[in-house]
Design a binder for this molecule. Structure first.
Ligand SMILES: Cc1cc2nc3c(=O)[nH]c(=O)nc-3n(C[C@H](O)[C@H](O)[C@H](O)COP(=O)(O)OP(=O)(O)OC[C@H]3O[C@@H](n4cnc5c(N)ncnc54)[C@H](O)[C@@H]3O)c2cc1C
Length: 440
């Protein structure tokens, strides 16, 4: 049991109050009693950007002692493991045996519990849906002391609420995941240039038979170049070959956060021009190991410190495909006009496959994700104007990346939230949930 710690998520935004952290092996240990602590919240690797993994003034349940593999069925391709196991640890176990995770986010340093609670998506959403589509069963420890096994056939309501349930339905102790087979550790990758949101949309539509698609967009490009970017598509190499998980070493590290952000309009403008130029020179088809394609930022430890001591926000929305090009154009114009810096601007198209999760974020349409240094009111004003565009288009914001959406925006983004709230464990809460449910 640890003492009071100041909890921080990946965005490193300053926090008003700390939480108490309790670390234990939750497979055997009971949750702290009502007389000991007030509210509870589990956390994994804290790779969420905002406040969905933070419970200021309450108790946070560290899940990293839940680190065991329980059973791997190499014939059926299923893995049963503790919820604190990371996706990197799973890849190291299964890739040499010819299996792969069916959904991977932009970092492998997230836990199974975090992946389920945010129902994360990857570059293959248009083919495979979200993480929750590949969970056969999970075990939930509730604050009444009960351990409930949940699946589509047992405790189905609680299962649907826990997938994408933001950690609010209790503590997930373990899960059984379905894997996908691979013949080797390499991908065929093709990079292409697009010069507008319209061209992006066309390329994306034409690339639906590629398993993975993702784009980087230059949000500083203006006038004739607005909406330009690099479109990447990839698929696994079919021929048998080496099966290594890779990704063992971090090549660089940012040892501390500078007092001022290194990310500003000048550095981002320079970065974007250079990145676009480099990307345009590296066009065409090539083979590469899966690591740099899936996790380009994992090679730099603590890259989030680049944004300085005030931290940063990520803004991620999804908008419907119908009329989506015009909406993307107005979002990109609004961002370019603000001159707020964002070199990490990712664009992708989600597909039709529905998640079992009640609060799942992915839905058919375009998703745009951008990082912004925290400049206080200026940044929040920009976000409000982006929200207005996204909400009037019938879109949604992603809680895993959020630290500021209003109660109204949450309710409009997630029509299932009323049904969901019936499954929330009465003793579980987060800063995110306090804000979107009670406005605090
Ligand atoms: C570089 C980078 C790239 C990313 N790319 C993507 C991407 O492509 N797609 C995407 O969807 N997301 C992406 N993310 C976000 C990340 O995948 C999610 O925020 C993920 O949920 C983080 O998992 P975690 O283990 O760090 O959980 P945390 O951030 O610690 O917690 C996340 C949520 O899970 C809950 N939780 C964690 N463990 C448990 C448990 N055992 N039981 C119950 N609840 C639990 C917490 O309460 C919290 O609500 C990215 C993040 C980074 C830093």
């Amino acid at each position: 049991v640890a003492g009071a710690l100041s909890a921080r998520s990946w965005g490193r935004l300053p926090l008003a109050a700390a939480a108490t952290t309790v670390a234990a092996d939750w497979r055997f240990q009971a949750l702290p009693g009502r007389d000991e602590v007030t509210t509870l919240l589990a956390h994994g690797a804290r790779r969420s950007y905002g406040d969905s993994c933070i419970n200021s003034g309450g108790t946070e349940l560290d899940t990293r002692q839940l680190d065991r593999f329980i059973a791997l069925d190499s014939n059926a391709g299923t893995l049963r493991c503790d919820a604190g196991v990371t996706l990197q640890e799973i890849l190291r176990l299964v890739v040499p045996r010819g299996w792969f995770l069916p959904v991977l986010p932009g970092t492998q340093f997230v836990t199974v519990g975090g992946a389920i609670a945010n129902d994360i998506h990857g570059k293959n959403h248009h083919v495979s849906g979200s993480f929750g589509c590949h969970v056969d069963a999970l075990t939930l420890l509730r604050s009444d002391g009960e351990r409930r096994v949940c699946s589509e056939s047992d405790n189905a309501g609680l299962f649907a609420a826990t997938i994408g349930g933001l950690g609010l339905t209790g503590l997930i102790t373990e899960a059984t995941l379905r894997l996908r087979p691979i013949a080797c550790d390499r991908l065929v990758v093709e990079n292409l240039v697009f010069n507008s949101a319209q061209e992006f949309s066309q390329l994306s539509g034409e690339s639906m038979d590629w398993e993975y698609t993702v784009s980087w967009v230059d949000v500083f490009a203006r006038a004739g170049r607005a909406g330009r970017g690099i479109f990447s598509r990839a698929r696994h190499v079919d021929e048998p070959g080496e099966l290594t998980a890779g990704g063992g070493r971090m090549r660089m590290s940012l040892p501390f956060a500078p007092p001022l952000p290194l990310v500003n309009s000048t550095t981002v403008d320079l970065f974007n021009r250079a990145y676009f130029l480099r990307g345009s020179r590296g066009l065409g088809v090539r083979e590469q190991h899966f690591q740099p394609f899936f996790f380009p930022l994992d090679a730099i430890a603590h890259w989030n410190r680049l944004y300085g001591r005030q931290g940063f926000y990520q803004y991620q929305c999804v908008i419907p495909r119908d009329g989506g090009v015009a909406i993307l154009e107005s979002l990109l114009r609004r961002i370019a006009d603000s001159r707020e810096a964002s070199f990490l601007a990712v664009l992708k198209e989600f597909g039709e496959r529905r998640s079992p999760g009640l609060l799942s974020f992915p839905r058919p349409g375009f998703t745009l994700a951008l990082d912004f240094p925290n400049r206080g009111a200026k940044t929040l004003t920009l976000f409000q104007s982006l929200d207005d565009i996204v909400m009037s288009a019938g879109g949604a914001l992603y809680p895993a990346k959020d630290a500021r959406m209003s109660a109204q925006t949450f309710a409009r983004s997630f029509p299932g939230s009323e049904v969901f709230s019936q499954y929330v464990d009465p003793r579980f809460c987060s800063n995110f949930w306090r804000r979107v449910r009670t406005g605090l």
